[in-house]
Structures are given as C-alpha cells and as structure tokens.
Design a protein around this ligand. Structure first.
Ligand code: MCN
Ligand code: SMO
Length: 783
C-alpha cells in the first residue's frame, strides 16, 4: 500500500487503520434504533394495504375498526386531506404523479397504504386493521414496460403511454460511426428488480409538543432533506420540526426519502397529541418499502477491426413503479445508467434515450450503485462478446480502449478527475493470476469441471454536490456545513453534515479532526444526525461523505486550528508560525517547557480579559460551508468461478477487488465497504429478484423467496489499494462505497459466461440463478 498524500498535517491519523469506534455499541446490543425510542403514552400505527395491483376503490368501511378496542384513530385519505402528497420538487421536465400518503380513489400496487390505524399498541392496531373492508373494482394491471408503453392501460390518466419522462442525448457522430463500423455488438438486458435489504427496516416515531415543536425520529440517511419534505407536506415551518436519527441498521439508498407512512405517523402525532410509532415489518419492507434497479436496456457498441471502440448507443427504460413522486427516487437509476455507460473507456461518440415508465409495482428508490451497475454490466458483457468476435484477447481489448490516467471529460460531460484506470486493471489481473488461468481452466475441463474468470474495470461517480448534480441533470443544490469547537475541558467536537448509517464516519471524521488539531481520535466527538445540533447538510448517499464530510471537517478543523494558535500566540508570546499543536498541547517548537494544554487555551479564550480585548471574538468554535466538485474513483474487480452444469449453481473461487479512492481516511473502513458492496453485487448477479406474478401479486415477500447472499455464497475477498489523490477535492479524497457493488455483477457474469463458453452461453436476464443457468445451457443462451 502506498501512503496517503499528506497536507500540512503530519500526525499520521488520516489514513491510519483506526478501529471503528461505533462498533462496540452495535455488537454488544447497546445500539438504539428507532424501535428503541421509548416515549410515555406512545401509540402505534398499522396500515391497511392494497391487496390488489390495480383497482378503483369503490368503498372503504372503517366502522368496525373505529369501534375496536384500543383504537385511537382510523385515518383514510379524507382525514389526511390537509397533508400534501409527496411530489417532485426538482425542476426537471417530467409529468408529475404526486403520491398521496393514503390512496384516494384508486390503488396502483400491492401494498399501497389505504388506511392507517392508530391504537394503544401494535396488537390492537393490527387487529383493528384486519376489520377494515375495502371494496375494489379491479383494473387490469400493467407489469411490463413494453406493455405499459404499447397498450396500457394508463396508471395515471394524465400520463400518456405511461411514460412520464423522456430524455435524449446525441453526441454527434454516432450514426456515422455505427454505419462504418467493422463490428457492432448489441444486447438487450433485463435487469432484475431488487431492493435494499437493510437489517433495520424503515421506522418512524413522531411527537408533537404543546409548544408546537414536532420531533420525528427516523431511520434515515438525510435528515435535513427529510425535515424540508415534512415541512412542505404538513404545511409547517421547518423551524418547528426536528428530525433525530438514532443508530441506523443500514439504509443503502431508500432512507433518503419521506414515505407515505412517515407522513401518516407525523399527522397522527399532531392531531392526537400523543407520540405515534410505526416500525415496518419485513413483509411490508419487501413488498411495499421500495424497490430498485429494474430496467430494460439495449446497448450497442461499434468497433473497428483493430478493437478500437468507435461509438455507443443505448436505450434505457426504467420500470419505476406506480408513482413518479420524486426524480431522485425514480429517475436517478436510468439517468445514471445512461450517463455512466462510457465508464473508464475512450468513447468518441454516443447516443442515448432514457424513458421513465410507470407500472403497477412498488415505487422505486435508489439502491447502492444506483444506475451505474446496470451500465457497467451491459458494457462489460458486450466487451467480452466483442473481444471474442474480433478475435482479440478480452483484456487486450480493454487495454486498447482504457482512458489515460489524467483528468478528462467523458462524452456525457462527466468531469473525471483522473485515476489509475490502467494500473488497477493490471493489479487485479496480477492478483488473480489471470495469466495462469487458461491452464487452470483446461485442467478443470479435463475433469469435467467448468471454471471461468471475469474482469470488470470501473469508474464510480462520487461526491454528489452542486456541480455533479447540475451535470447529471438533477439540479439539486448542495449545502453542506460543518462546525468544529474546543470545549473548556480541551476536547474537540465536530458537527458534520453527513448521516452515518454504517459507514464509520464517527471514526473516519474524528481521525481528520484529530490529525489537524493534534489530539487523539478519542478526544474528538463527531456530532451528527440531529437537525437541532448538527450543521445543515444533504446527508449520506452517492458515496459523498468522505469528500463532503471529510472535506468539511478538514476545512473546519484547519480554521479552528488558526483560532487556537491566535490565542496561544498571545499567551506564549510567540508568532503562530512558531507554534505546534501536539498531544493536546500548543507549544513552541524546540522549547519543551513552553506549552499550554488545549483546555488552557479554551479557558483563556472564554475568560481571559486580555485575550478577549486583543482578539474580540476569541471563541474556539468555527463554522464552514463546503461544496465539492465531483470525484471519480476507480478500480477493478476480478473473480474466478466454478459452474455446476448439472445444478446450474455458481460458486466463487477467488474474488479480487482493487480500488482507488484517492487519499484514504481509513483503509480498514474502505475495505469493509468494498466487501459489503461486493457481496451485494453477488446478490445482484446471482440471487436477488423481486418477482411479481401476472396479476401483479408480489411473490417475494419473505427472505425464503427473496434471496440475499449468505456467507456460503461468497469466497474470501482480497482487497488491494492504489492511491491517486484527487487533484480537485480538499484532502484528495474520492468516495468509494459503491464501486464494488457497481463492478461485481459484470465480473461474475462474465466469469460464468466464460465457464460456459463451450455451450454458447449468453446472459440476457438477471439474476443468473440456477434455473436461468440451466435453461440457458439447454437453449444455448441464458434468460
Ligand atoms: N472512506 C475513506 N477514504 C476515502 C473514501 C471513503 O476512508 N477516500 C471511508 C469514509 O470515511 C466512510 C466510508 O469509507 O467512512 C464510505 O465513504 P464514502 O465512499 O464517501 O460513502 P458514504 O460515507 O457517503 O456512504 C454512502 C454509501 C452508499 S451511497 C450506500 S448506498 C451504502 C454505503 O455507503 N450504504 C451503506 N455503504 C453502506 N454501509 C453500511 N454499513 N450501511 C449502508 O446502508
Ligand atoms: S443508494 Mo446510496 O444511498 O446513494
């Protein structure tokens, strides 16, 4: 491993393998999640949900439920008339389909909330919910994007062809390039509907104080954004809402948003004057929480016979479920697929079309690797096919088309900040002994075993801030702040704009502050996840926190250090340049006795009339604003698999991940993130599939049916680092937390295709479960 590049700080904490401080409470059961929030007189909510995919609601009979024991309120759309539906706030051109907190006259997916029952406890609420009778006039459900567009019926009468969004991009030159190409490869891929399986489901507790403050405890990754959405929906000023995020047991994307249930619970708390709680159960989560990633994409690549990539073409159709209530929730997936198709390659010309389509399924939200995974998968599958048809080695084909390492702008306008595209590929090949594979494969084949190997070099767009947002077509401004302070006992606190929900920020950001301020990691407290005490920030998603949180802390800590040195300079009668901050003391370099503990500096700043007279505001608390340019990390995944052609099962033999996220704050955390994303990538490729039957009934509403990877589905994961600091971000960090989930499916699928190459196997539909493998073997193609 290379040492991370250092700025003016030299304590060595940035980049150190500090153990995650937050894990103790997690592994000893001391963590407190939303479900652990205990409030006096708290009541509970349960929801009556649609049992059909598409219907007009003829009548809802809630009389029996209202009369049931322990019931405090039964809410229907009528009672919630004052709550504004969840709607898109972004200025993008699309047809809006606001999502009401409770269904009004129509239901559009199984699991859509129709009635909320609030009762003394969950048992009473669930029992009463059972008594509600909904009279449906069933309509034909639409479950496939092609059918949705071609003949409907319409989910929302004002959305023709069920298409609420169209966007196209023409770089110029693509048509000519395709016309003159020596080889065109094309593939239509059906990407599986998946969902973010956080261990903790969604959950919300709301309490209204007599003085008008509404406090909402939420399992979340973006509390400030959610506070704003609550304010708009409930018609309250933001200043009257506090969002508190307790420990979070994973989020992986969807917990950026406000959901119908959240609004019902908040409304009930305001009207009942008692705290209300709702904790999603697993069946609700799998059925109606949020789905992700399903799209039908057709990608074409044009090549010259020397293997040069001449152009790309793509059509990306997102199956975004029953409501387009938020562009970041619904469209970000297909948009990111379209924009990131070029990846780490030189692409001279590119045309694409994106469609957002409504179907009678659970509305979608982002899930790790948002959109980029689909692009990566399609592109890398086609590169392997093109290599074979051109008679060029598939690694060599990639080498001929990879970008140089310097910053460049992609054909879709993404401002890459440079990386190690080539080095990462070569490192991965070396680690997995790519050169020795043909011999391993031949030896196995001689025994009737089928080994395959696959490689997947990637670029991961991270650090979603104003610039990246504008470039990506989602004009969402970024406002990230941080503060840093020294208290009278000499310990440091930093307020961060991010929302740690498993990423180890309380450790990584403490390392940053500790290094700059010359204190120990344990002397730094990281304050976050409470709109009342932490600084305004967009939250944690899109692998933005290392750059935004880490960068903001770096900025704030440096400013605080200047202020500490100003005070110390007066006390020690030495210029700030002569002073050093070390081990919790400010001292004069080379003068061992001349040092003052931070507590002494803080005391002087607060109470010393001389210091205050000289400096005016001598306070040791600073606040900063931080917006960062996009940062693109890169890396490469390589896997070796064995496929059992009798059973159709895939076993991973070797898994190598090389990643380059610039300056690392904490390599141990980075490796944990690589492993987690990689396992989810294996799930995406081989297991995870949210399935509906022809009537629109979800068939995967337990973990017996929706398969997530278990330890037996994974091999040991070898992680290696290349460090190319970003020349653009403060500190040189790039985000990294989604890279392995982006690149793993392609590596796995290409390895499977390689193993089965004697059978002419071709991947067209995901996931590649045993049945798909087996059918593919019989027909000479998969899916
Ligand atoms: N890191 C680092 N040096 C870098 C980059 C990152 O040390 N150069 C560290 C960071 O300090 C941070 C972690 O690695 O502790 C991830 O940083 P980053 O890549 O910036 O990603 P975020 O912290 O913004 O996390 C978001 C990302 C996303 S988008 C999803 S989805 C996802 C993921 O994180 N969801 C997760 N990882 C998850 N991990 C857990 N446990 N739970 C989730 O819900
Ligand atoms: S899906 Mo991650 O929260 O961007």
């Amino acid at each position: 491993e290379q040492a991370p590049e250092r700025g003016e700080e030299a304590q060595g904490l940035i980049g150190a393998r500090v153990r995650r401080r937050e894990d103790g409470r997690m592994v000893t059961g001391a963590a407190r999640y939303v479900a652990d929030v205990e409030l006096p007189r708290c009541c509970e909510a349960a929801f009556v949900r649609s049992t059909v995919a598409h219907a007009r609601i003829a009548a809802v009979d809630v009389e029996a439920a209202r009369a049931a024991p322990g019931v405090l309120a039964v809410l229907t759309a009528a009672e919630l008339a004052a709550v504004r539906p969840l709607a898109d706030l972004l200025e993008i051109e699309s047809i809006k389909t606001p999502r009401p907190p409770l269904a009004t006259d129509r239901v559009r997916y199984v699991g859509e909330p129709i009635v909320a029952v609030i009762a003394e406890d969950r048992y009473a609420a669930e029992d009463a919910a059972e008594l509600v009778v909904v009279d449906y006039e069933e309509l034909e459900p639409v479950l496939d994007v092609d059918v949705a567009i071609a003949r409907g019926p319409l989910l929302h009468d004002h959305v023709p062809e069920n298409v609420y969004f169209r966007s196209e991009f023409r770089s110029g030159g693509a048509e000519e390039a395709f016309a003159g190409a020596d080889l065109v490869v094309a593939r239509t891929l059906r990407v599986n509907r998946q969902l973010a399986s956080s261990m903790e489901t969604r959950g919300v507790v709301a309490q209204a104080e007599p003085d008008g403050l509404l406090t909402v405890w939420l399992s979340s990754q973006a509390p400030f954004q959610q506070r704003y959405l609550f304010a708009l929906a409930l018609g309250l000023p933001e200043s009257r809402i506090r969002v508190v995020v307790p420990d979070v047991g994973g989020a992986f994307g969807p917990k950026d948003f406000v959901f119908p249930e959240d609004l019902c619970v908040a409304h009930a708390a305001l009207t009942l004057g008692r705290p209300v709680r709702w904790i999603e159960d697993r069946q609700e989560n799998l059925m109606a929480g949020s789905h992700s990633k399903e799209q039908k994409l057709t990608v074409e690549l044009a090549f010259a016979d020397d293997g040069r990539l001449l152009a790309m073409r793509g059509r990306f159709v997102g199956d975004t479920g029953a409501f387009a209530y938020s562009a970041p929730a619904g469209l970000v997936d297909v948009m990111f697929t379209a924009q990131s198709l070029p990846g780490p390659y030189v692409v001279p010309a590119y045309d694409y079309d994106v469609l957002g389509v409504l179907t009678n399924k659970t509305p979608v939200a982002p899930y790790r690797g948002v959109g980029i995974t689909a692009a990566q998968t399609a592109r890398e599958l086609l590169l392997d096919e093109a290599a074979e048809r051109l008679g060029i080695d598939r690694v060599e084909l990639r080498r001929r088309n990879l970008l140089g390492d310097e910053p460049t702008r992609s054909i879709t306008g993404q401002e890459y900040d440079g990386g190690s595209y080539r080095t990462s590929l070569e490192r991965a090949l070396e680690r997995i002994d790519w050169g020795g594979f043909p011999a391993r494969q031949a030896a196995a084949r001689a025994e009737g075993r089928h080994l395959g190997i696959g490689v997947s070099p990637f670029i991961e767009g991270t650090s979603l801030g104003t610039m990246a947002q504008l470039q990506s077509g989602f004009p969402m401004p970024s406002h990230d702040h941080a503060w840093a302070a020294v208290d009278l006992t000499g310990t440091v606190a930093v307020g961060v704009p991010t929302c740690n929900h498993g990423q180890g920020h309380a450790t990584a950001f403490a390392q940053v502050a500790a290094e700059v301020l010359g204190v120990g990691v344990d002397d730094v407290r990281v304050v976050e996840r409470d709109t009342e005490s932490s600084p305004w920030g967009m939250g944690t998603y899109a692998s933005r926190s290392a750059v935004f949180g880490g960068g903001a802390v770096l900025k704030a800590a440096r400013l605080l250090r200047e202020r500490i040195l100003r005070v110390a300079s007066l006390l020690l009668e030495a210029p700030p340049e002569a002073l050093a901050l070390e081990d919790g003391f400010v001292g004069i370099a080379g003068v061992p006795d001349a040092r003052i503990p931070l507590a002494g500096i803080a005391g002087a700043a607060h109470f010393d009339p001389g210091v205050r007279a000289a400096l005016g505001d001598a306070g040791l608390r600073v606040g900063v604003f931080h917006d960062a340019p996009p940062a693109y990390s890169n890396g490469c995944i390589a896997v070796e698999v064995e496929v059992d052609v009798e059973l159709g099962t895939v076993r991973l033999l070797r898994t190598v991940a090389v990643e380059d996220c610039g300056t690392m704050l904490n390599p141990t955390i980075v490796e944990g993130q690589v492993r987690g994303g990689l396992v989810q990538g294996i799930g995406a490729a081989l297991l995870e599939h949210a399935v509906y039957d022809d009537d629109g009934q979800p068939l995967t509403t337990t973990y017996m049916d929706y398969l997530v990877p278990r330890s037996s589905d994974v091999s040991a994961i070898e992680v290696d680092h290349v460090v190319t600091p970003s020349p653009r971000t403060l500190g040189g960090m790039k985000g990294m937390a989604e890279g392995s989930s982006i690149a793993t499916p392609a590596a796995v699928l290409n390895a499977v295709a390689d193993a089965l190459s004697p059978y002419g196997f071709r991947v067209e539909r995901l996931p590649l479960g045993p049945h798909a493998v087996w059918e593919g073997l019989r027909s000479g193609r998969a899916g």
